[in-house]
Design a protein around this ligand. Sequence first.
Ligand code: DAH
Length: 343
Amino acid sequence: MKQKLMTIKNHAVSLILDTKDAKELEQIKLQFLGKSGSLTQLMKEITTLAPEERKEIGVLINETKTILEEAITTALTKHTTVKKENLAQFDVTEPGKRPSLGHIHPVTQAIEEITSIFEKIGFSRVRHPEIEWDWYAFGALNFPDNHPARDDWETFFIKQEKDPKKGSVLLTPHTSSGQIREMEKGKFPIQMLNIAKTYRRQSDASHVPMFHQFETLFIGENISITHLKGVLDYFVKSYFGQDRVSRIRPYHFQFTEPSFETDVSCGVCKGKGCRLCKEGWLELGGAGMVHPNVLKNCGIDPTKYSGFASGWGVERVLAMKEGVNIDDVRLFYANRMEFLEQF
Ligand code: DAH
């Protein structure tokens, strides 16, 4: 049978080498590898062999099959490459077709820009788990047990047994959990920039269930509100433009005291008041001085160390950028090329 196989192989190869076009090749393929092709027939005859021979011959037949298939493919490429007589129709002066190039997603572009702005003043980007314990997302951040943010309707909880100390498992509803992860390391000063995915049960024109936040945390000795205001101003001018100004207004967050809402002057009316902003300001997000209870929860002495934190939305600042007029944040994740190509 080995001999028979060799003969078939040699015969096929010489025929393949002699072919002049793709049609001839097709016939040869049928003759040897088709349903009733000679190699296929040989494979059927295997059953007549002694069991110890079957395996060896089987392998050999399969090898031959591969060799013939490869030889046919190579010959086919040879037959289909441009022939001299066809060259006349080939206009070498015709301008080439530009391949369409992709680019990184607008949200990733914003993340990279934000990172480089904060890195210039000494913040380092960190990453922390997005599947997190309640302790990091709420408990250590001074949220009481019955706080509405812990409600099933606000936060996505994971079905997993509670940890006696750290509580339930959830998808991070904000990047503030990163504050605790950094502070428990106990190394000072801390200059953290935590940019991550955050998850909440909301979907409408201004909310998507998965979005991004960027969180700063600066802990050291004698850190005060003026540092916070300075960093806020620096960010607003670097990201939105030198002519924009910022302000802070009193607010409430569980994990900061005092707490602020931070605003940036409207880029459309330059702070005078218009249809977009109403009173000249656009809301950026929360900030404040880290609450002494939060410091204590991380084993930090609040009489020695103090600091500020801020947490703002990536999609939000991107949508607020001058010239980017987005009235529905869901567009960022709808994957429509006409939308994405504009960035
Ligand atoms: N985590 C808050 C939220 O998602 C935002 C925030 C407020 C972050 C105040 C902070 C802060 O760091 O100090 O709504």
